[in-house]
Design a protein around this ligand. Sequence first.
Ligand code: ATP
Length: 265
Amino acid sequence: MGLTLTNVDVVYAGVIQVLRSVSIEVPDGSLVVLLGSNGAGKTTTLKAISGLLATDHGEVVSGQILLDGQDIRHADAAAIFGRGVVQVLEGRKVLEHLTVEQNLMVGAHLRSDRKAVKDDLDRIFGYFPRLPDLMSRTAGYLSGGEMQMLLVGRALMARPRILILDEPSMGLAPILVEQLFETIARIRREEGLTILMVEQNARAAVRQCDYGYVMEAGRIVLHGTREQLESNQDVKEFYLGFSGAEGRERFRNIKHYRRRKRWLG
Ligand code: ATP
C-alpha cells in the first residue's frame, strides 16, 4: 500500500504538457526523494498528488494516482488532505500575521481530540526543541530555518499518513539543511510516516532516503535505491558531485545532452 503514480500526464491551460508518463511509487513507511533541475516538473508532480493543480489551471489528463489502492486522481484537495496526504508547499508559506502557536493550531483545525492535540504538540517540541520558545512570536518574523521547523510541525499537527515536502531546504545554510534532513528522517522513523520529498539539495536528501527518482523535462529519467543513486555516475556528476551551482551548470552544458540521451534511450 502507499502512494502510486502510474503513467501520469499533466497539462496546464489545456495545452502545455508538463508531465509525461510519470510513474512513482511511495510505499508505506518509506522516504522517497524526487530530484531534478529547475522546471523539471517536480512541484507539478506533488500538486497532481495533493489535488492542487486545478488552482493553476492544470489537469491530470491520463494515468492513475492510487492512495492505498484507491484512485484519487479526481478527488479535490480537501478530500485528499482529509485522507491524510499533507503537503508542505514550496516557499515557506506560514501565516505570517499569526503567532507560531496559532500556526501550529491551524494544522490541527480538523481535529477535535484536544488531549491528543496537546500530546502531539509536545512530541513536535521533541523534534524541534526551539519551537516552545518561539510560540508567541509572529510567524512572519521567524528566520528561514525556524519557519521550516514551524511548517513541518504544522503539517505533523494534522497527523498525516503521507507527508509531502517541496524543497524544505531551500535557502537554508548547509548546517541547517543537514539538521533538518536528520530531523525529517527521525520523524519518519519514530512516527512510521511515509514521506515524499522534492529536493535540489540532492546530496543531503539522498543520504536520508530509501529510494529516489530523477526527473528531467517532465519525465522520470532514472530511479533507484539510495545505494544505487549514490553509486550512479550520472547522479554523482549532476546532483551529488558539485556543491556550487556554477560548477554544476558548466558541467551540465558539456555533458548533459549525451547523458540525457542515454537515460532516455
Ligand atoms: P523548480 O525546481 O524550479 O520549482 P519544478 O521541477 O518544481 O521546478 P514545476 O514547477 O513543476 O518544476 O514546473 C514544470 C514546468 O511547468 C515548467 O516549465 C513551468 O514553467 C511549467 N508550469 C508550471 N506551472 C505552470 C502553469 N500554471 N501554467 C503553465 N506552465 C506551468
